[in-house]
Design a protein around this ligand. Structure first.
Ligand code: ARG
Length: 589
């Protein structure tokens, strides 16, 4: 990793300490106290060091300190190859040596054998990330798509920072909801299967869930039937269990197909049917220790009013557990299963209160790791164009949405007459659809509610996934063109980074340099939207460079070769960043 800032921080701290000594002060200013900013305009320099915070100890105004620091730096009589500096108002502004910086950054970037982005800020930590966590009564919807891409992206970002990451999914495979689909199928299924009907298997199960709501309108008995089925399931009734297994298998296989399609994967699945009883013992143990109390009716409670939360039931009077009880048990079980330092739950913002309570209880139970639990909360996502809403209201089916995005992308390829150029238009359309969807969902900060607009997401211009993919294809094509011309001007050219000093080249280079620390920031803030914003900046930066700095028609072969190297570096970072937020890369578009 190249760090432009650190050497200058050290020098500025050194200069400040000299001033301190001269003023008879014995204190010490540490490098960590030096603040560095990026000046708003390139003309003002590359790095700006504000002097405000030293006014007190030096008993001087910030502009005067800036003058003093600049004078001390000048006394060092260093080679200007490291950059130049000036005092400007309360700031010491530094202009880096562009050629030298370009050489340092590109040397690392063009060495394909060494990973470029290795912030290592999370090296040694084990982080479990739970995401998606669907119920098995119906297929995935648009909300899951947002959850999935957030979970997968944050996992990749944490991994890029050196963490060991375990991606997990808890399948809510038991309870009244699945019994409803089961009942409808048992009554009206006539032995049909997803294969016999030619329906994707999770949709097949979802259709029976819809059928159940029709049944309730026809007869109040339906609800009772589902309850009866749940009791039988809990009693381990052979036939009920067999039907349950069969239908859950259908749902899960169908969902896994969608996960494969969108590039989502898990290291481990947990099943609620296997973990839902786990919380109960923990509650009973803690009851003995006096952490919880039993009410007169036999139910078990915790009073969290001191924590500005409510009183919470943990076991019902009949001894059965609740959602929170299960999550307590599951967290403890996971810690034994895969000892983690941090556990991240990617779950909708409507469950914020639930997770606050959960984390507080686990803390009260005395688990050290409870302090490292994090709810990556995300807002609702609705469709802009209401037409795709399903019978159940705002639920938008994930597979149908992907298909329609793909069809739109395919049409666009046809309209542009790019079928032959792209090779496999079907596969390309699929990748564009995913790029459009994932970018649109990721570019918004997770907590915000949002509207998904399919048309807008697919636009090739502006802040979209396809625009970024197009940028990748454009750079790839540029590099291909070069490698095709074996002879001619370029073969005589040499890589001379010191030639890359125009503003557009320099801005692009600085953007490339900042990539590893950007990824570290995204991990620390648990916010993949920062990577999306970065990609957009990078693409705009490349466009500017491409517009201002001709490559194949450069003034001389050395400059052309050097610019190609810069383009190659930009492509590498673009590819890596796209991968982090689950946007497929395309060689041609
Ligand atoms: N299956 C739940 C739902 O659909 C989400 C589970 C979230 N994860 C958890 N550990 N509580 O609402």
């Amino acid at each position: 990793m190249v760090d432009f800032k650190e050497p200058w921080k050290i020098r500025i701290a050194g200069a400040l300490n000299k001033l301190l000594l001269e003023s008879g002060n014995t204190g010490l200013i540490e490098t960590a106290q030096i603040i560095v900013e990026i000046p708003p305009k390139l003309e003002m320099g590359d790095l700006g060091f504000p002097m405000f915070s030293f006014a007190k100890v030096l008993k001087k105004g910030p502009p005067c300190i800036a003058q003093g620091v600049a004078a001390k730096l000048a006394e060092e009589k260093r080679n200007s190859a490291e950059g130049t500096f000036t005092a400007e108002g309360p700031y010491v502004n530094v202009r880096l040596n562009r050629g030298k910086a370009a050489a340092e950054v590109l040397e690392k970037l063009l060495d394909e054998h060494t990973p470029y982005c290795r912030p290592e800020t999370l090296k040694g930590s084990r982080i479990m990330v739970e995401f998606s966590s669907p119920n098995t009564n119906k297929p995935l919807h648009l909300g899951h798509l947002r959850n999935d891409v957030l979970g997968e992206s944050i996992s990749r970002i944490l991994k890029a920072c050196g963490a060991e990451v375990q991606k997990v999914c808890i399948i809510n495979d038991r309870g009244i909801h699945i019994c409803k689909s089961m009942l409808a199928y048992r009554e009206h299924g006539e032995g049909k299967t997803p294969e016999s009907e030619g329906i994707k298997s999770d949709h097949f199960v979802g259709n029976w869930y819809v059928k159940f709501s029709q049944m309730t309108q026809e007869s109040p008995k339906a609800e009772e039937g589902a309850q009866e089925m749940l009791r039988k399931w809990e009693a381990g009734d052979t036939e009920t269990i067999a039907l349950w297994k069969r239908m859950n298998h259908w749902t899960l296989e169908g969902m896994k197909e969608t996960y494969r399609r969108t590039g989502i994967s898990f290291d481990q699945y947990y099943f609620e049917s296997e973990t839902y009883l786990k919380g109960k013992n923990e509650i009973l143990k803690a009851l003995e220790q006096g952490i919880f109390h039993r009410a007169e009716d036999g139910s078990v409670w915790i009073d969290l009013t001191e924590e500005q939360l409510d009183k919470k039931v943990l076991l019902r009077k009949d001894g059965t557990s609740l959602y929170i009880t299960q999550d307590i048990g599951t967290a403890i079980y996971r810690q034994q299963d895969w000892p983690f330092d941090h556990l991240v739950y990617v779950v909708g913002s409507e469950q914020q209160y639930h997770f606050k309570v959960l984390f507080t209880i686990l803390d009260k139970l005395g688990f050290g790791w409870a302090k490292n639990l994090y709810h990556l909360s995300y807002g609702m996502v609705n469709l802009r164009d209401g037409k795709m809403k399903s019978r159940e209201g705002t639920v938008v089916d994930a597979d149908a949405l992907l298909d329609s995005l793909k069809a739109l992308a395919f049409k666009e390829i046809q309209r542009k007459e790019r079928e032959n150029a792209v090779g496999d238009p079907e596969a390309t359309a699929e990748k564009i659809a995913l790029g459009a969807l994932h970018y649109y969902l990721i570019q918004v900060s997770p907590v915000r509610d949002m509207l998904f607009n399919p048309q807008e997401s697919l636009s090739f211009n502006g802040n979209t996934g396809p625009y970024l993919q197009y940028m990748g294809a454009r750079i790839s094509s540029l590099l291909r063109k070069d490698s095709q011309r074996n002879e001619g001007d370029l073969s005589t050219g040499a890589f001379k980074p010191e030639l890359l000093t125009s503003d557009a080249e320099w801005e692009l280079l600085k953007t490339l340099e900042s990539y590893p620390s950007l990824v570290a920031n995204a991990a620390a803030a648990m916010d993949p939207s920062l990577v999306a914003g970065y990609l957009y900046e990078l693409s705009k930066g490349f466009s500017r460079f491409y517009h201002d700095c001709p490559i194949l028609r450069a003034e001389n072969p050395d400059l052309a070769v050097s610019r190609l190297c810069l383009a190659q570096g930009a492509l590498r970072v673009l590819r890596e960043a796209l991968e982090l937020i689950c946007i497929p890369f395309l060689e041609t578009m």
